[in-house]
Ligand binder design. Structure first.
Ligand SMILES: *Cc1c(COP(=O)(O)O)cnc(C)c1O
Length: 386
């Protein structure tokens, strides 16, 4: 689907579907339970943990945007990851990237410690290490591209092919780009998942997640588990996230336009040692990103000259950027992965993944670009003062 078609699908999701009153926008159904028509005669919905009309509308919208068959809306992004873990048994092997989202890393390593499955952590850009891991015939391979916070890119199509030859399922975390910029199922993946907390809702007022499968049967198996373990998302969150989704493509356009300028500004700045942004032609993942994404996104990270002291001074002198976890909201956010998003990883694993104390991550918002650049310019200048 082109971004134009995605724009239409996102805006039209649930529009004019109300049979009862003709509400143009899909109504919110907060009822926890639904009456039976009569003895042993169920309607489509019976209990909101199992199924809810508002959640179903949102799930269908994301499944459409991701070109999948089944969408399952979960209470958080981590619940989406945990749901995928239900496919695993004790003898199964899972392969995860060494630089995945800190919460995913924590979940997989701690469940593996309890022997719920076997785990290998690899640098998925290291072809030899990846081939060695795949030779052990994993049941599931997790991909995250671009990765958080270093924006490393993996070739989803190529890695998926290699995984499929050994019979592994491939699940891709698409949170950093959203379906507006990348559609992993079209690149061959079996499962795509999101923290909808980020770009999909886009307004930093919902925590949620979604899993979409390519195949109907796998989707039904996961939907069964979602009800069984009780991690489905609420009607109210689904309503808000569906509202956010409608403007996803237009927000993404503005996010990206700003990010290109921020990246260029940071690249030439004397207070910065290195900028990680896949849009740069010298970024190691640039060509792959160009091939599999329809844009470079609006997340970037950089290392400040002078280490953590300079980082602290930078944060102290910003006014437009808010120092906060999370990303993908309309407002610009700045964070320090070592002490924030990736604090759940131990020091050795963090350094192995390349996350140093001088690293700063930003989620470029949709404010006026002149204001964004002026804020960064002032903060960076102050960061170098004694
Ligand atoms: C935030 C995030 C998650 C976890 O989602 P929550 O909604 O916070 O539970 C997973 N993956 C990535 C890439 C994220 O940024």
């Amino acid at each position: 689907m082109s971004i134009n078609k995605i724009t239409t699908a996102a805006v039209q999701a649930g529009i004019n579907t109300d049979q009862h009153h003709g509400a143009v926008v899909a109504p919110i159904y907060l009822s926890s339970t639904y009456s039976l028509k009569g003895f042993n005669d169920k309607r489509e919905f019976d209990y909101s943990r199992t199924g809810n009309p508002t959640r179903a509308t949102f799930a269908q919208a994301i499944a459409t945007l991701e070109q999948g068959s089944v969408g399952i809306v979960t209470s958080t992004g981590m619940a989406a990851v945990h749901l995928i873990c239900q496919l695993l048994s004790t003898e199964d092997l899972v392969v995860i990237p060494h630089d995945c989202y800190g919460g995913s890393f924590r979940l997989f390593t701690h469940l593996a410690k309890r022997d719920l499955f076997k785990l290998i952590v690899v640098d998925q850009n290291d072809e030899e290490a990846l081939a060695k891991a795949l030779a052990q015939k994993p049941k599931l391979v997790l991909l995250e591209s671009p990765s958080n916070p270093l924006l490393r890119v993996v070739d989803i199509e190529q890695v998926t092919k290699a995984c499929h030859t050994v019979g592994a399922l491939v699940a891709v975390d698409n949170t950093f780009l959203s379906p507006a910029l990348q559609q992993p199922l079209l690149l061959g993946a079996d499962i795509v998942f999101h923290s909808t907390t980020k770009y999909i809702n886009g307004h930093s007022d919902v925590v949620g997640g979604v899993v979409v499968t390519k195949e109907q049967a796998l989707g039904e198996e996961l939907a069964w588990w979602a009800n069984c373990i009780g991690i489905t998302g609420s009607a109210f969150d689904s309503f808000l996230a569906l509202r956010g989704l409608k403007t996803l493509p237009v927000r993404i356009k503005q996010h990206q336009e700003n990010a290109v300028q921020v990246a260029a500004f940071l690249k030439n700045h004397p207070a910065i040692d290195v900028v990680y942004y896949p849009g740069f032609t010298d970024h190691p993942g640039h060509d792959i990103a160009k091939k599999q994404q329809s844009g470079f996104g609006a997340m970037l990270s950089f290392e400040v000259t002078g280490g953590v002291n300079s980082v602290k001074k930078l944060f102290d002198n910003l006014t437009l950027f808010t120092l906060a976890q999370s990303l993908g909201g309309v407002e610009s956010l700045i964070s320090h992965p070592q002490t924030m998003t990736h604090a759940g990883m131990d020091e050795a694993a963090r350094l192995e993944a390349g996350i140093r104390d001088s690293l700063v991550r930003i989620s470029v918002g949709i404010e006026d670009i002149d204001d964004i650049l002026a804020d960064l310019a002032y903060g960076l200048e102050q960061s170098q003062n004694a």
